[in-house]
Design a protein around this ligand. Structure first.
Ligand SMILES: [Zn+2]
Length: 425
């Protein structure tokens, strides 16, 4: 199968991509032969990219707001609703939510997902079991990583350390953590790293989801990453309070994050929604300092975090939508910056899932010898993807077409009969 007449990221001109046995076998300049595209699809200059990766979301909670909406929109009500929902959680309901969330993501060209699932004395391993079942079911279409997440803390929750250990033994890909929710933050971090090192698994922690500069465990996570020799295998999500530090202090912490080889995952929509609520003047955006982190050489990706749950009523699984929110919130609207934003849902995110050292990022290229995991977009460039907000038209996983989107919105005169554009999903 061939994808002909395609635009590619970072390369001028039009290209033909040959796919055999699920692999890309060649990428060659397009020859505009009269015979058109032999054994394939003529893309007429559409952009072909690798699919997106969403490296931080809570699929076990996705769509919960449909049944139990957060009427006040406050964090207090979100926590209260979350506890009610948790007490009545079933494995099959969690499985259905994960599958629905993964389907939504796939429809937006996301074929790699990292979900945190709660592990605590109330839900036990229900969500882990559901997520591992979904991971197996989705194997041929979506690469799902599962993080065992002690949402309510570890040292203050009897049996949670043992539950985490069991979750890893069952096959979870990463140990999660949230030191801010634990009365003993350092002991929390110590336990997470000890479990991960013993099992050879990755670490992905919720770090400093706060505007308060005194909530600061990021240096500790960087130090443990260095101490355990886990450069590239640890991700810190949120890192909001880093933006609240004085510039000199912030620069020093960013340097230690880079030196430790720690990845950072920013969660723009949820942070914008939840942070800054105590501010009466100059309400903060609440994001990690994305541009400063990138400029210092830290690998940064972004995730959608919550999809229509008590913590955030928005989200549809689209990394293109999340990219637009990030571009606004982080002041990244320049042409090159927009390309960087898209990389943060591309190879920069994949590096996190692959446990890749930030100094050895793989790059966005589509090369012979790689799996033919590709998406086709009605766009001319990465910047155009974000500005245009059109969802992918086609998704291929190992050469197999797993999603297509055909619908068209037609706009009548006086706009002109040629004015058509992709309809909203
Ligand atoms: Zn989260």
């Amino acid at each position: 199968m061939n994808l002909c007449n395609a635009a590619l990221v970072g390369r001028a001109g039009r290209w033909d991509i040959a796919i055999r046995d699920g692999m890309v076998v060649s990428v060659t300049p397009h020859v505009s032969a009269d015979g058109g595209c032999v054994n394939g699809i003529d893309l007429s200059g559409r952009l072909v990219m690798r699919p997106f990766a969403d490296v931080h979301l809570h699929l076990d909670k996705a769509f919960q707001s449909e049944a139990m909406p957060n009427r006040s929109g406050t964090l207090t009500e979100a926590i209260r609703l979350g506890q009610i929902i948790k007490a009545n959680m079933t494995r099959s309901a969690v499985y259905e939510r994960i599958m629905r969330g993964a389907r939504a993501a796939l429809s937006h060209g996301v074929t790699r997902l990292r979900t945190h699932v709660d592990v605590d004395p109330v839900v036990g391993l229900i969500s882990v079991e559901a997520a591992l079942e979904a991971r197996a079911k989705l194997r041929d279409v979506v690469d799902l990583q599962v993080v065992a997440f002690p949402q309510e803390g570890i040292t203050n929750q009897p049996g949670v350390a043992e539950l985490l250990q069991e979750a890893i033994r069952m096959g979870c890909d990463a140990v999660g953590g949230i030191p801010a929710r634990d009365p003993q933050p350092e002991e929390h971090v110590r336990i997470v790293f000890a479990l991960a090192e013993a099992a050879g698994s990755l670490v992905d922690m919720h770090v400093d989801e706060s505007d308060d500069p005194s909530d600061l465990t990021l240096p500790l996570v960087a130090e443990y990453t260095r101490r355990h020799g886990m450069a590239g295998r640890v991700a810190a999500g949120h890192c909001c309070s880093l933006s609240a530090q004085e510039p000199a202090r912030r620069a020093g912490i960013i340097e230690s994050v880079r030196d430790a080889g720690l990845h950072v995952i920013t969660l723009p929509s949820t942070n914008l929604y939840l942070q800054g609520r105590g501010d009466r003047v100059n309400v903060r955006r609440g994001l990690a300092p994305v541009k400063e982190l990138l400029a210092a050489g830290v690998n940064v990706a972004f995730g959608s975090d919550n999809i229509r749950d008590p913590f955030n009523p928005f989200g549809n699984g689209s990394m293109i939508q999340e990219a637009l929110i990030l571009a606004h919130a982080a002041h990244m609207g320049g042409q090159d910056e927009l390309a960087t934003v898209l990389e943060m849902a591309g190879h920069r995110a994949e590096a996190i899932m692959d446990g890749c050292h930030p100094d050895r990022l793989p790059g966005p290229d589509i090369r012979p010898g790689m799996e033919a995991n590709l998406i086709v977009l009605d766009a001319a460039s990465p910047a155009d993807v974000i500005v245009g907000q059109r969802p992918p038209e086609l998704v291929f996983v190992r050469g197999q077409q797993v999603m297509s989107r055909q619908e068209q919105l037609s706009v009548t005169a006086p706009f002109g009969e040629n004015e058509t554009e992709q309809g909203e999903s």
